[in-house]
Design a protein around this ligand. Structure first.
Ligand SMILES: Nc1nc2c(ncn2[C@@H]2O[C@H](COP(=O)(O)OP(=O)(O)O)[C@@H](O)[C@H]2O)c(=O)[nH]1
Ligand SMILES: [Mg+2]
Ligand SMILES: [Zn+2]
Length: 354
């Protein structure tokens, strides 16, 4: 196997030449399981430990190595283990905001060409959540492709309605339905996979990501999760992310189910995902229209005339608000909180007086 087969193309070669580390080789991070890493090069796959630099000087989670990264490594013990010294710049990434007061991001995977956004054809199907995943992919320079799993649970008419809804919401997006159970459509997915390119499966747990990976591999290599009867969700078993080389030398990253996304957005990639709304916004009377109360707002008018779906509008506004919040500095946020606190106090006072 060559490094090219693992996705090391001209772009990464150039980055490596810009920052040569002669004493190190390069290898791809193929698995991250908490603080344990596997890296793979032309010859083999070995465990790796991050160098002290990462442990002591990295406080942002997203700066730690993640699956898909290209890393500078030094081999030890006859090449049976490696020290991971640094990572090459990321060409693309999938990341989500971590819980907590501080805005930090958790990397899901890096250097991904295409994200397969998977939703099952049952209750898991949710266009608004899909919007979030699509925004997440575009923001990280990753091409989103939607895969509807468990198509065996609905008939073909229902399936076509769902695909039409996806296309109506996101013009030009590629979307396919498949079933692991009947194998219908799995070949369509297989044909999307190109040698040396990296794909990542994302979506709620229990939608059939790992079953699809096993199906594409042609063997039951990875454990799948039985679905709980009560809520149709998969139980959480594995926590690691893994990059697997498939038979046709394409690269597929499986991820555990993500707790639903409290994403990470910037308004530009939102506009990209909501092009129709963005176009309408150009017709608003005011340049700084917030599309919520203004007279002459083309978006509100379109909803009135039923030319724009109201739930779609709601999800647009919600994402815009989140994006605006993330773009504020910490100080601005504190100020906003204070101002909010003062307002609450004032209202309470008034209420008492009454
Ligand atoms: N009906 C149906 N069930 C499926 C399909 N694919 C997977 N499942 C079941 O869904 C459960 C979760 O699958 P798994 O691959 O572990 O989901 P993951 O959490 O997304 O990796 C398992 O019990 C699978 O047998 C499918 O195409 N149709
Ligand atoms: Mg899984
Ligand atoms: Zn407006």
């Amino acid at each position: 196997m060559e490094l090219e087969d693992l996705g090391f193309d001209g772009w990464f070669r150039a980055r490596r030449e810009e920052a040569p580390m002669p004493e190190c080789g390069v290898a791809r991070v193929t698995r991250v399981d908490r603080d344990r890493y596997l890296v793979r090069n032309e010859q083999n796959e070995v465990t790796a430990e991050p160098a002290g630099k990462f442990l002591f000087h990295t406080d942002a989670q997203q700066d730690m190595p993640c699956v898909g990264d290209w890393a500078y490594v030094q081999y030890q013990n006859d090449g049976t283990r490696a020290i991971l010294h640094d990572i090459l710049p990321r060409r693309s990434f999938l990341r989500r905001k971590t819980a907590g007061e501080r805005v930090d991001y958790q990397m899901i995977a890096s250097n991904v060409d295409t994200a397969f956004i998977i939703q099952a054809c049952d209750l898991n199907f949710n266009l608004r959540r899909m919007d979030r995943y699509i925004v997440m992919a575009k923001e990280g320079n990753v091409e989103p492709v939607v895969l509807l799993s468990k198509s065996d649970l609905i008939d073909s008419a229902e399936r076509d309605v769902k695909l039409a809804e996806i296309h109506a919401a996101h013009a030009g997006i590629r979307a396919f339905a498949f079933s692991n159970t009947t194998s219908v459509g799995v070949d369509v997915v297989r044909q999307l996979l190109e040698r040396g390119r990296t794909y990542c499966l994302i979506g709620s747990s229990g939608v059939g990501k790992t079953t699809l990976l096993n199906g594409l591999l042609g063997r039951e290599e990875f454990d799948t999760t039985p679905v709980r009867e009560s809520d149709g969700r998969g139980r959480h078993t594995t926590s690691y992310r893994q990059l697997t080389v498939l038979g046709n030398r394409s690269l597929l990253i499986d991820t555990p189910g993500m707790k639903e996304l409290g994403l990470l957005t910037d308004s530009e990639s939102i506009d990209d995902s909501f092009e129709d709304i963005h176009e309408l916004a150009k017709e608003c009377r005011f340049n700084d229209c917030s599309h919520t109360v203004e007279a002459g707002c083309a978006i509100l008018q379109a909803i009135e005339k039923r030319e724009l779906d109201e739930t779609r509008y709601q999800s647009y506004i919600k994402l815009m608000k989140e994006a605006a919040f993330h773009q504020m500095s910490r100080l601005e946020k504190r100020w906003k909180d204070k101002k909010f606190g003062r307002m609450v106090k004032a209202v309470n006072k008034q209420n008492k007086r009454r």
